[in-house]
Ligand binder design. Structure first.
Ligand SMILES: *Cc1c(COP(=O)(O)O)cnc(C)c1O
Length: 390
């Protein structure tokens, strides 16, 4: 039997990286030692105290529920740690019904779409942007209006440029600052405008705060929940993946508007049954120790950021060092006439280095490429010498 995938799989945007993956495999077959700088997945292990807490909790004889469904036997320690962390870090303490633990951000983004969007609904997602917002829309049968993130606006969503039709029809609007892939950051006044926009047009504002803890040079990223009354129209995903080198652990939280939190909770109870308690205990540990853990994690990225930015700037680029995220976002050299795919292909073929073409994050990402800082210093160094020598 040849299984025919559902319509929704056919509606997924073409996977731009598939072509690059094919060419990478071909180069490797020819014996080229290909270096990939493509994926945002921390190479440095999870901090020891977090791993130790996982080990303790998973074999704790005093916890008879340690092996059971995470949503039937929730560990209140994790949502409590999220509330405490938001209080310490952002000066806002969400209420108990304003927090739900999720199995990472990505999974919960898609489930939130299924929980609140009807077929035919409209969602507004940034372009370039994290692909899962649009993919979540597709899985829910909803349609995406792409809000361009332009360099001249500091890669911020331009609310005034969103057409009336989209304002009227949209049910949800996605934001993500510090931003993947552009590395842009947003101040509190931007989030104020976002909340106003949501209130005026009756649109749920969803802020994906995946990188608020990956910041440098003294910069502290805000939470949208710091805006007074934000929880009337806004929610925020907070993931531990990038903050604490925990991508494989699948743990995050949705925080804010209680009705949206409740909708996601209902979807989760019916689909995933929740995160293993030991993971929740360990995640609580990470949040409770955030102030101690973050500096060492960020020191690594800051050093690599400087390596990459300095090497590029010595070779014809003029980019500012990003003050947040684990990426460098740079324009493709002029001779490629803004084609990020042509640049990425050429770089692979001539230098054996894979970078992510901006077009992979949406049409408005064209003209740029992204380098991830989640590779060991020596790998980055080798890749940079190949890029700048190519
Ligand atoms: C990495 C990333 C996430 C997802 O992380 P999870 O591991 O699923 O929690 C979410 N949003 C953005 C923008 C990301 O870059």
């Amino acid at each position: 039997m040849e299984v025919q995938p559902a319509e929704r799989l056919r509606k997924l945007p073409p996977y731009l990286f598939a072509d690059l993956r094919r060419k990478t495999a071909a180069a490797r077959r020819k014996g080229v030692r290909v270096i990939s700088l493509g994926i945002g997945d921390p190479d440095v292990p999870t901090p020891d105290p977090v791993v130790e807490e996982l080990c303790r909790a998973v074999q704790d004889p005093a916890d008879p529920d340690r092996h059971r469904y995470g949503c039937d036997q929730p560990a209140p320690e994790f949502p409590q740690a999220v509330r405490d962390f938001y209080g310490r870090r952002f000066g806002v303490t969400p209420a108990e019904d304003q927090v739900v633990a999720t199995m990472g951000g990505k999974d919960a983004i898609a489930k939130l779409c299924m929980a609140i969007l009807n077929p035919g609904d409209l969602g507004i997602a940034p372009s370039p942007g994290y692909p899962t917002y649009n993919i979540g829309h597709v899985f829910a049968g909803a349609v995406t209006y792409q809000a361009p993130l332009l360099a001249e606006n500091g890669f911020l969503v331009d609310f005034d440029a969103i057409p009336n039709e989209a304002r009227r029809l949209a049910k949800i609007l996605w934001l993500n600052y510090p931003n993947n892939p552009t590395t842009a950051t947003a101040g509190l006044e931007f989030f104020q405008r976002a909340v106003e926009f949501g209130r005026r047009h009756d649109i749920l504002i969803v802020h994906d705060n995946a990188y608020s803890e990956n910041t440098y040079d003294g910069y502290k990223a805000p939470s949208i929940l710091q805006v007074g009354g934000a929880d009337e129209v806004a929610i925020e995903f907070f993931s531990l993946s990038k903050a604490f080198n925990m991508t494989g652990w699948r743990v995050a939280a949705l925080v804010g508007n209680a009705s949206a939190v409740k909708a996601l909770r209902t979807a989760k109870e019916n689909i995933d049954n929740g995160t293993l308690r030991a993971v929740q205990f360990a995640a609580a540990k990470a949040l409770n120790m955030a102030e101690e853990l973050s500096p060492a994690i960020n020191a690594v990225y800051r050093r690599r950021r400087d390596m990459v930015v300095n090497a590029l700037n010595r070779n014809g680029w003029s980019i500012e060092a990003p003050i947040a995220t684990i990426y460098v976002w740079a324009p493709v050299p002029q001779r490629y006439e803004r084609s990020s795919a042509a640049f990425a292909t050429d770089l692979l073929e001539r230098a054996g280095v894979v970078v992510t073409p901006g077009l992979g994050y949406g049409q408005w990402g064209e003209g740029y490429f992204r380098i991830s800082l989640t590779y060991p210093d020596e790998v980055l160094e080798e890749a940079l010498s190949r890029i700048t020598g190519a």
